[in-house]
Ligand binder design. Sequence first.
Ligand SMILES: C[S@@+](CC[C@H](N)C(=O)[O-])C[C@H]1O[C@@H](n2cnc3c(N)ncnc32)[C@H](O)[C@@H]1O
Length: 338
Amino acid sequence: MAVVNAGSDVQSVVRLTEMADYVVPFALRAACEIGVADFLEEGPRSVADLAELTSTHPPSLLRLLRALACRGVFSEVEPEVFALTSLGKPLCTGHPRSLRAAYPLLAADIQAWAMFEHSLRTGEAAFDRAHGTDYWSHMANNPADSARFDASQKAVTGREVKALLPAYEWGGFATIVDVGGGNGAFLSAVLTEFPSVRGVLFDQPHVIAAAGPVLADRGIADRCSVVGGDFTSTVPAGGDAYVVKRALYDLDDEGAIALLRAVRTAIGAQGRLLVIEPVAEPGDEFDWGKLYDLLLLTMRGGGSRSRVQHEKLFAETGFELVRIIPTRGLSIIEARPV
Ligand SMILES: C[S@@+](CC[C@H](N)C(=O)[O-])C[C@H]1O[C@@H](n2cnc3c(N)ncnc32)[C@H](O)[C@@H]1O
């Protein structure tokens, strides 16, 4: 049999078994849900204490912590006494790069993954099949899921801004419109760093309803207006930059074209469109965008695009690609109206 990069079959079985595992991802998410890492920040604790603090069943919590300890997230320093490891630290709520909210255990997502084969056979979002409704309608009708989804986006954005802010001349714009900007985590970071810039946060009405506290916390509410609507129909005019961060890839080509056309109608001749998402190129190279691509297909029917695919979408909607600035994980894809 002709195979590429042949290794031993035993190594292959070990690696595939590790890759196919879904216990660790669920265990990690459960640990985030109960916030157990927070109680280990001051030092090791017994399972009995931790179970009381997290309202969990002691023998089951022991099993969770042991499972994650064998992956290095916690350490069993004495029998039934656990400590945090350096790997586990970012699971603490107060960590400067906290990932705790980034890993929600959303039953609706998991049910969609169970139907991934539907996406594979049809190209349609398995989420819609599993729930009889699309992702965003589900979120609009389930405030608890929506709040946890938005919190996960905020947690991820907190990490991303560290790479995105120094990578682009944000301070050169008078007004930045963040299209699909969630609860304002990215825009408020830009406005905090660049006091001369004003912002317009645009997202679905039920999402922007939660933006007030985020903007107020940063002290930038007076420089940022908040507008609710549907970005596939119209977006606010008056910006000299339109940011579309991790929102274009949620859409199939039809939806993406509708969004870009709405921005094209609103943007001035000298404006800039800044699509911020992974650029996934063909080939074997590791790219987080290639993995996330499957989540986008399953949940929302979208996907990560290559440079050529972006160029094609821009050409169809009255834009041309200026440059792509890679940052850690996400790229800034700059386009201008033509
Ligand atoms: C993956 S999230 C990204 C949020 C934010 N830009 C970020 O990077 O953290 C996609 C965002 O698009 C918004 N969205 C989805 N469909 C929309 C629509 N039709 N009109 C306006 N916003 C929409 C969602 O509410 C969500 O906040």
